[in-house]
Design a protein. Structure first.
Length: 327
């Protein structure tokens, strides 16, 4: 759907995007993350044709964004971080204007506008001047413009900025629905948003791709292992004896949990090995009931900090963790 090849963008001596390459597959929601100044907005502006690259190529549905800009841009709906609104228009006038720019047929215009108005919840401000709307409603009008006509690719830069919690939940539901039939790229600083709606995550730092995977798999790849925590009703020495006899365990730790009347075993194996079933049967054979078990994974926030560096410093060198095969 989108192919970015060896993308470079320089502003004088500053390298904003550094030989960036990735592929966006159809029918998925991608979270695009990075610290401030990492090159996220620059990359999005290049993909959408708003900004020229210094080097590299961007293909949208096989169309080069520079050589075939009209054909490429027809495939894209874009909401920049600052929505390009005309303040002296009403949302009705603005969306009618946007539909003309997008080449939507007159016979379909009203139905398509009504649909995006309903999806983004701007009915009650539809005939008010945009300059008199709250920041949240302005953001919704910008989102309505981006999805108007339902292009194959929808690119959203911080789409929930300025929204209240209820509005954020509603817009996340809109994004999920869009992801069922469209390819969506979502740039955000809100990690919960990525976890809630995205199928895959791309993290860039200093203009380079440093991680790309599903939200669930990112932590495993960064850790290079699987870790589970199990609560077991047994003395610690007995649990240690069970774990010492099991294969494929790299390491384990056992802690007493007096308030639960159990011990907690933290067991680490290789990334490709799932220890849960063998552990269940081993404990059952030893008559040591497992009363709780869960995967212990790095949070998305922990992954982000690890691959981009703490604070303002990006991690030195490349740490690209790209999922191979399918989910």
């Amino acid at each position: 759907m989108i192919e970015v090849k060896n993308l470079v963008k320089k502003y004088g001596d500053h390298l904003a995007v550094n030989n960036l390459s990735f592929i966006i597959e159809p029918g998925k929601i991608y979270g695009f993350l990075g610290p401030n100044g990492a090159g996220k907005s620059t990359t999005m502006n290049i993909i959408t044709g708003y900004l020229a690259a210094t080097e590299g190529q961007v293909l949208i549905n096989g169309h080069d964004i520079y050589e075939e800009p009209e054909a490429a841009k027809k495939c894209i709906g874009y909401l920049p971080e600052l929505p390009p609104l005309y303040m002296d228009m009403t949302p009705r006038e603005y969306l009618e204007f946007a539909s003309d720019l997008k080449g939507i047929k007159k016979s379909e215009k009203r139905a398509k506008i009504d649909e995006v108005v309903r999806m983004t919840g701007i009915e009650e401000v539809f005939n008010r001047l945009i300059k008199n709307l709250s920041k949240g409603y302005k953001q919704r009008v910008g989102l309505a413009q981006a999805i108007l006509g339902f292009p194959e690719i929808i690119i959203l830069d911080e789409p929930t900025v300025g929204l209240d919690p209820k509005q954020i939940i509603e817009i996340r539901e809109v994004i999920k629905k869009l992801g069922k039939q469209h390819t969506v790229i979502l740039s955000t600083h809100i990690m919960q948003e990525v976890s809630a709606v995205c199928d895959e995550v791309m993290i860039i730092a200093k203009g380079e791709l440093v991680a790309k995977d599903t939200p669930n798999n990112l932590g495993k790849h960064i850790q290079g292992s699987n870790t589970i925590e199990a609560l077991i009703q047994a003395p610690d020495y007995k649990v240690k004896a069970i774990l010492n006899k099991m294969e494929h365990i790299h390491k384990f730790e056992v802690y007493n949990v007096p308030e639960e009347g159990c011990v907690k075993a933290v067991v680490t194996t290789g990334m490709e090995y799932d220890v849960r079933e063998p552990l269940f049967y081993a404990c059952a054979a030893a008559k040591c009931p497992i009363v709780g078990m869960q995967a212990s994974e790095m949070s998305l926030e922990d992954v982000f900090i690890k691959v981009t560096g703490s604070g303002t410093d990006a991690k030195k060198g490349k740490t690209v963790s790209v999922r191979k095969g399918t989910k």
